[in-house]
Design a protein around this ligand. Structure first.
Ligand code: MRU
Length: 359
C-alpha cells in the first residue's frame, strides 16, 4: 500500500534481474493487467496483489449504484487473469466475504483494506513457518552427509520471496538452513519459457549469498543419476486436498526423475494454495495456456539493453502450457505452515482437520 492510502506498489518482476522497477496500481484494471501480464507472479504474490486489487475494486464500487454487485463483478474480472493460481480466487473470495459484512460503502472500503493487509501479513508469517518446518528436512540430510558436504537441493521456477510477500515457499527452508549455518547448494532450473529460475530464483539466492548453479531444464535427471541431488523442493500454484500438485510446467518430469532415483521430492506451500474442492488434480485442475510468443521468443540483456530474440523460424506453430500436475504418489511430503505431512487426504487432514469437517 502506498503512503497515499489509495494505491498499491508492486515490483515489476518482468524487469528483473537487470533492473529493479516499481509500478503503482491505481485501479482494478491495473491490478488485472499486473497479474495477467506477470508484472507480479507466484502463488502468494498473486494472492496478495489480488487482495489489494480488491481494495482498489472497493474504492471503485463505492462510486457505483450497487456496491456489492460492482465489487463482485470486479472480483470475477481479477479471478479470470490466471486460471491455475489458487491464491487468486482464495484472496478474492476472502475479500468479498469480509466486505459483505460491513453495512455502508465507507465501511466496506475499510474492510477491503484490512483484508488486503491481513492477506499479505499472513502470507509472510506462513512462509516463515514453512521455512522452520522445511529446515529440519535439510538438517537431517546434512547430518547424514556428515555436515561438511553441502546439501544439494534442486528447485524449479521461482517459489522465492518474489513469488510471495516474504521468504518464499520452496526457498524458505533453504534460506532458513543457510542462515543456520547448514551448508546448502541449490541447482536452479532455468524454467523455460519465461525463465523464472534463471532470472528470479538465481537473483534472489545471489542477493542472499546462497551457493547455487543455474542449469537448463533438462539437466536434473542426469544430476540425479549421478548422486548430485539430495532433495528436490518446489513450490505449487494449486494443490488438491488429495495431494496432487500443480506447478510450473516441467515439475512433473522432475518428480518422475526423482522417484526413479529415490530422491525425496518435497513441495512447500501455505494453506492458501490448497484447493479444498478438487479431487483429481490431473483431470480437473485448469491449466493456463499462455501466448506462444513466450515460447517463440526469449528475452535477456545485451550491453545494458533489454533485448528479445526470436527462437522459432517461420510459421511453426507453438504451444505454451504454463503448468503441469504431479500426482500425489510422486510427492514425498508437503511442507506447510502447520508442519510437514504426506501428500494425501489423510496426511493433509491431520494438519487441517477443520477443512475436512473434523474438529
Ligand atoms: O507462472 P508463474 O511464474 O506465476 O508460476 C508460478 C511459479 O512461480 C511456480 O509455478 C512456483 O513454483 C509456484 S508459485 C510459488
Amino acid at each position: 500500500m502506498y503512503p497515499d492510502g489509495v494505491s498499491v506498489g508492486i515490483i515489476d518482476q518482468r524487469k528483473l534481474p537487470f533492473a529493479f522497477e516499481t509500478v503503482k496500481l491505481r485501479t482494478t484494471d491495473d491490478a488485472c493487467h499486473a497479474i495477467r501480464e506477470m508484472l507480479v507472479r507466484g502463488a502468494g504474490c498473486i494472492g496478495a496483489v489480488a487482495a489489494h486489487g480488491m481494495f482498489l475494486a472497493a474504492q471503485e464500487a463505492a462510486e457505483a449504484e450497487n456496491f456489492d454487485a460492482a465489487f463482485q463483478q470486479k472480483g470475477g474480472q481479477l479471478c479470470k487473469t490466471r486460471p491455475t493460481a489458487m491464491n487468486l480466487a482464495w484472496a478474492v473470495e476472502r475479500s468479498i466475504a469480509a466486505v459483505s459484512a460491513a453495512s455502508d460503502a465507507a465501511g466496506k472500503v475499510e474492510r477491503a483494506r484490512e483484508v488486503a493487509i491481513e492477506v499479505a501479513d499472513e502470507d509472510a508469517e506462513w512462509c516463515r513457518k514453512i521455512g522452520e518446518h522445511g529446515r529440519s528436512l535439510i538438517e537431517t540430510i546434512s547430518r547424514e552427509k556428515g555436515e561438511k558436504e553441502p546439501v544439494n537441493i534442486l528447485t524449479h521456477c521461482n517459489a522465492g520471496w518474489l513469488a510471495f510477500v516474504d521468504y518464499g515457499s520452496a526457498t524458505a527452508p533453504i534460506y532458513a538452513a543457510h542462515d543456520a549455518g547448514i551448508p546448502v547448494h541449490v541447482w536452479v532450473d532455468e524454467t523455460r519459457p519465461r525463465n523464472q529460475g534463471a532470472r528470479l530464483t538465481a537473483w534472489e539466492l545471489d542477493q542472499h549469498g546462497v551457493p547455487h548453479t543455474v542449469i537448463v531444464d533438462n539437466v536434473g535427471g542426469h544430476l540425479m543419476q549421478h548422486g548430485m541431488v539430495d532433495m528436490v523442493i518446489t513450490g505449487t500454484d494449486r494443490t488438491t486436498h488429495t495431494g496432487d500438485v500443480a506447478n510450473k510446467i516441467g515439475t512433473y518430469l522432475k518428480a518422475l526423475a526423482a522417484r526413479d532415483n529415490e530422491i525425496p521430492f518435497h513441495v512447500a506451500l501455505p494453506s492458501s494454495t490448497f484447493d479444498w474442492e478438487t479431487e483429481d488434480g490431473v483431470k480437473d485442475i485448469p491449466i493456463e495456456q499462455r501466448d506462444g510468443i513466450e515460447v517463440a521468443w526469449i528475452g535477456g540483456e545485451k550491453d545494458g539493453e533489454e533485448v528479445e530474440v526470436k527462437l522459432v523460424s517461420g510459421d511453426s506453430p507453438v504451444e505454451n502450457y504454463a503448468f503441469d500436475v504431479t500426482p500425489a504418489r510422486l510427492v514425498t511430503s508437503l511442507i506447510t505452515e502447520r508442519g510437514v505431512c504426506e501428500a494425501s487426504a489423510q496426511g493433509i487432514s491431520a494438519l487441517f482437520p477443520e477443512k475436512f469437517g473434523e474438529s
